[in-house]
Ligand binder design. Structure first.
Ligand code: FAD
Length: 474
């Protein structure tokens, strides 16, 4: 018997449901396959740093699988459609009896997987899918009226209750298949997609490094998380998002490690705040399944289709480059461009600025983030953008608009973070760092830094009018 594990965004051997199930039959020959689909990735705006992260993780994964006696095959084709045909041929050639894979919840991915299931079943191959990138399967936690939750707080409450009733199991890595491990690695040629290097100190490559980061985080920093997580100058968050997005780490591993180090986390206390973020992650995944329109460029709230977004290509470019004249927004965008990651508080500030100060369609921002983020993930990114745009489920109320200057003053009071990314403000004293041009004018200094591209107060009034008009029109 031959079992095939089709790997996608689950690049690990520990706690991998599909891999574990494929290896359950002791005497089966188990092989693995990864299919790169560069054209599809272009369509999905995958960031070159994420492509590099996947590439590097694949190499490590191949090594770990080989030690277990499992050969990792690799193939590149254009897109998902081509990958379905390739899988059929591959299964035929390798005489595969059963295919094992972990679900992806995005619309195109689900369509592809449905096609694979159909075609392989016709071919006589048994196909088994698993809910693996979430703590609890989408659709399994519903309201009293048997509907999908649209509001986070009751969802989170119900989720915790379910988790307290029984934790999802965390599976170990499979045992080695053969007496002697495989010694040769099949060729992995780099995929035909732009790749860009990233700082490995910031983003752990491979599952051993991810587990180490997780363990260290759950011991102590998780207790400081509630107090520190909103301050971008501090290293107050886990920075595990790329691992979770590509699957070098699973959310179940996070949950189990958290509870091992902090047994109260399911109930209350500091550590429960970080658990809440893992639940936000699942919430957005569950929403994708319940409302597939979220994958199709559509707002959740239908009335927001009537919002009159402005065409402002120059201002959009200024935002992308971190040249809006608002220091906290610019520092945020430069962190993103330079590292492929942005602090969560800053994602909210930068998104709000694009939408509610520049009145630019949130979908442009969503796409730009995706094209640069190393941790780009459709569910979380779309959720974050729709939250900021007030177009989503449980979104920020449309009339509540962040003041980018006040946000900077609150969350980077001394300008420590701003200074890291805006060297052109080096001469500006701490207490006026959020108003650099006022200081420059008063002191007859010239700053090589743009004037604000929009005046917040006036922009706010215009935005309120745009939202009000859309509401009236629907
Ligand atoms: P931690 O604070 O340590 O959180 C732990 C994990 O929980 C994260 O790694 C992540 O997997 C998950 N998580 C945390 N916050 C959220 C959240 N609000 N929504 C969903 N999951 C969350 N996250 C992504 O993983 N990919 C994205 O493409 C993405 N785009 C975003 C866009 C916008 C506009 C906003 C407001 C948020 C976005 N987020 C995204 C959520 C969040 O900003 C990042 O997950 C977080 O900053 C990653 O850093 P961390 O690993 O240190 O997080």
């Amino acid at each position: 018997t031959t079992h095939l594990v089709w790997l996608r965004n689950d690049l690990r051997i520990n706690d991998n449901s599909a891999l574990w199930a494929a290896c359950r039959a002791r005497h089966a020959r188990v092989i693995a396959l990864f299919i790169a689909t560069p054209q599809q990735w272009h369509q999905h705006n995958m960031a070159p740093r994420q492509a590099e992260y996947i590439w590097r993780s694949l190499q490590q994964l191949q090594q770990s699988l080989t030690e277990k006696g499992i050969a990792l095959h690799y193939h590149q084709c254009d897109d998902f459609t081509a990958s379905v045909s390739y899988l059929q041929d591959f299964c035929h050639e390798q005489q595969v009896d059963a295919l094992f894979y972990n679900y992806q919840y995005e619309f195109n991915e689900r369509e592809r997987d449905a096609a694979v299931e159909r075609r392989l079943t016709e071919q006589g191959v048994t196909v088994q899918g698993f809910d693996d990138s979430v703590l609890l399967p989408p659709g399994s936690v519903r309201t009293g009226n048997n509907e999908a939750y649209k509001v986070f707080t009751p969802f989170s409450k119900a989720y915790r209750k379910r988790l307290r009733a029984g934790l999802p199991e965390c599976l170990s890595a499979p045992q080695a298949r053969a007496e002697t491990p495989l010694t040769t690695l099949l060729p992995l040629s780099p995929f035909d997609y732009p790749r860009e290097s990233f700082d490995e100190q910031l983003f752990p490559v491979g599952e051993a490094a991810a587990l180490q980061r997780l363990r260290a985080f759950c011991r102590q920093p998780v207790l400081d998380y509630p107090a520190q997580r909103d301050y971008p100058a501090l290293e107050g968050t886990s920075r595990l998002s790329v691992c979770l997005a590509t699957g070098t780490l699973s959310p179940r591993q996070c949950l189990h490690r958290l509870l091992r180090e902090q047994p109260q986390a399911l109930e209350e206390g500091q550590a429960s705040v970080w658990l809440n973020e893992l639940i936000w992650r699942d919430f957005y995944r569950h929403l994708l399944v319940a409302f597939p329109k979220l994958c199709k460029n559509q707002p959740f709230a239908a009335w927001t289709k009537k919002l009159a977004w402005q065409q402002r290509p120059e201002q959009f470019d200024a935002w992308c480059q971190g040249k809006t004249g608002y220091p906290i927004v610019d520092a945020a965008m430069r962190q993103l461009n330079a590292t492929g990651w942005m602090h969560n508080r800053l994602r909210m500030i930068a998104a709000s600025f694009l939408i509610k100060d520049l009145q630019i369609d949130w979908r442009l921002g969503e796409r730009y983030f995706m094209s640069v983020l190393i941790d780009g993930d459709l569910a979380a990114n779309n959720g974050g953008w729709q939250w900021s745009a007030s177009t989503g489920t449980d979104a920020v109320p449309w009339f509540r608009i962040f003041n980018p200057t006040t946000q900077g003053e609150r969350f980077d009071a001394q300008g420590e973070f701003i200074r890291r990314w805006l060297p052109e403000l080096a001469a500006v004293p701490d207490k006026v760092i959020h108003h650099p041009h006022d200081w420059a004018k008063k002191n007859h200094q010239r700053l090589d830094y743009p004037l604000p591209i929009v005046e917040h107060k006036a922009a706010r009034e215009q935005t309120l009018a745009i939202f009000e008009a859309a509401r009236q029109a629907s």
